[in-house]
Ligand binder design. Structure first.
Ligand SMILES: Cc1ncc(COP(=O)(O)O)c(C=O)c1O
Length: 461
């Protein structure tokens, strides 16, 4: 911060606002836990994430070493946030940026990087780390093919952990007055946990450093067994967990690793927003879910700091989108309404009905064409009856003249009507009382039909 002759206090440029993020007490979510829990909130950085801290440092090192010259291009394999950190510094310094990103990353991150004028190349997530198609290998190839370009190389660049040794670690030490007992953090490149861990342990070797790892990543297994597992399972959380051990990760500063699932992470990120007012991303949810698992066995005198890497704005289309959360089975609605059951009826959302003057022949054709066993009879938008395939067939077998009779002469009682926002239990109660189907009403109109089969299929999913 500068002050000029007119006593105006200002920053020379945006880069000077990186770091110095606040430490905030966890309140409602920490209720019932003994230790004092604080969070280091990294979305206060200008690019909205902890990665602003490493972008500038990696660029300046390449400049010092003469690897990056004016007009040059910065290339990086990134889950998005490091790209932002690099793009901000590159904007001020006039460099071009090319980023490779795995296709599981949110669309918001791709758009953000493009907003900075960066070229973003999306690569498949489901390929091994060493495959030529992986985001790290594609980034290396671009550097080979682009004159005056550098790979920022966050996974191996010693400047990555060093940036945290120089800034994040000292900030946490000072903010806690040296009273920190536990530091909890997710691991992507390992830069944050290694740099902060090294600093805090130098200050006090008794400080415990706890890594949180998504289920499906190999880092926790490797930490405890020193063996690389051969099979991995995919996970949705972005920015943390690995299928290899990055060079920027120094396990010697880590004491313990805790596993957290996608679901625990996402639900906790949403709780952080709604209960603490901190709009954070998924890996912050992982950090807090891991912190609470740790906190269960700590006491009142323990001070815990968890690092929250980024903002929730980057995940509006995912974690903060109820449809995405439900599709991925992370969000079980409190009340399963008939709206969900109708939505789950893939490809058969259109209501097939007949009116009372439809002939029995036409009704049988429709039943067979749409492969259904019953049809509602609707007159002027109101249900007036129903027909059932086997009943219609018995009738025409007995008396073939009925083929050309209107269904009104043979129809049975109308199916019961249930509102679209009613619980599935309401439909189940009616279906178990021998009604073959219920009609679903929305805004005074019949919008769908739910049969026994639909309910059973929904419940079995
Ligand atoms: C959202 C998010 N959280 C956490 C991390 C992990 O930080 P680090 O790479 O320092 O281990 C990253 C890194 O990419 C990230 O993007």
């Amino acid at each position: 911060m500068l002050t000029n002759s007119k006593q105006i206090r200002f920053h020379e440029n945006i880069l000077e606002t990186i770091g110095g993020t606040p430490l905030i007490k966890l309140n409602r979510i920490a209720q019932g836990y003994k230790p004092q829990i604080f969070v280091k909130v990294e979305f206060f950085n200008p690019g909205g994430s902890v990665k602003d801290r490493i972008g500038l440092v990696m660029i300046e090192e390449a400049e010092r070493e003469g690897r990056l010259k004016p007009g040059g291009t910065i290339v990086e394999a990134t889950s998005g946030n490091t790209g932002m950190g690099l793009a901000i510094a590159a904007a001020l310094k006039g460099y071009k940026c090319v980023f490779t990103m795995p296709d599981k990353m949110s669309i918001e991150k791709i758009r953000l990087l493009r907003a900075f004028g960066a070229e973003v190349i999306v690569t498949p997530t489901a390929v091994p780390h060493e495959s030529p198609e992986s985001y790290t290998e594609v980034a290396k190839r671009i550097v080979r093919e682009t004159p005056n370009s550098i790979l920022a190389n966050q996974y191996y660049n010693p400047k990555n952990p060093e940036a945290h040794y120089q800034t994040t670690g000292p900030e946490i030490w000072e903010q806690t007055g040296g009273q920190i007992d536990y530091f909890v953090c997710g691991i992507g490149t390992g830069g944050t946990i290694s740099g902060v861990g090294k600093y805090l342990k130098e200050k006090n070797p008794g400080v415990k450093i706890v890594g949180v790892d998504p289920r499906g990543s190999l880092l926790r297994d490797y930490f405890y067994t020193k063996k690389l597992p051969t099979a991995f399972s995919p996970y949705k959380i972005e920015g943390i967990g690995q299928d290899f051990v990055p060079g920027a990760l120094h396990f010697e500063f880590i004491d313990e690793m805790i596993e957290v699932t996608d679901k625990e992470s996402f639900l906790m990120a949403r709780r952080m927003t709604r209960e603490e007012g901190m709009f954070v991303g998924g890996s912050s949810g992982t950090a807090i879910a891991g912190t609470l698992k740790l906190a269960e066995r700590l006491s009142e005198k323990d001070v815990v700091v968890a690092l929250l890497p980024d903002t929730g704005e980057r995940y509006l289309s995912k974690i903060y989108n109820d449809d995405w959360m439900r599709e991925n089975r992370f969000l079980i609605p409190e009340k399963i309404t008939l709206r969900y059951v109708l939505q789950a009826k893939r490809g058969v959302n259109q209501l097939i009905s007949i009116d009372p003057v439809t002939t029995v022949r036409k009704a049988l054709d429709l039943l067979s064409e749409h492969n259904v066993s019953q049809l509602p009879v609707i007159d002027n938008g109101q249900p007036v009856g129903s027909v059932e395939e086997s009943e219609l067939m018995s009738s025409v077998l007995e008396s073939p003249a009925l083929f050309d009779a209107p269904v009104s002469s043979l129809m049975e009682a109308a199916f019961p009507v249930v509102h679209i926002e009613e619980s599935i239990n309401q439909a189940i109660a009616l279906l178990s009382k021998k009604h073959p189907a219920v009609l679903v009403q929305d805004d005074g109109k019949i919008v769908g039909i739910v049969t026994r089969f639909d309910v059973i299929e929904y419940m079995s999913r």
